[in-house]
Design a protein around this ligand. Structure first.
Ligand code: ZN
Length: 90
């Protein structure tokens, strides 16, 4: 068995993704590039309300899906130490 790289569901070895939707989402997610300065600014100098607005504008400007962008931002913010991983106890 292998895993769908987007949703992590188990799939047959012969398949690369579990669905067409996962394939599209996966490649859109890879295309999303987040500048370090943008990440730093929204997590260190913005209130949650300001951050929400910045992220929405950022998604609209690049025509990226907001939910995918938010996932990626959260991942990178955790990796950079700006926020704690909600799935990990510390
Ligand atoms: Zn999937």
């Amino acid at each position: 068995m292998s895993h769908c790289p987007f949703c992590k569901k188990k799939i047959a070895m012969s398949k690369a993704f579990c669905s067409r939707g996962c394939k599209d989402n996966y490649f859109q997610l890879i295309a999303i590039q987040i500048p370090k300065l943008f990440l730093k600014r929204i997590y260190q100098f913005c209130t949650p309300e300001e951050r929400e607005k910045e992220v929405e504008e950022f998604a609209a400007r690049h025509k990226w899906r907001l939910d995918l962008l938010k996932n990626k931002l959260e991942e990178e913010a955790i990796a950079a130490g700006f926020i704690k991983d909600p799935n990990k106890e510390s």
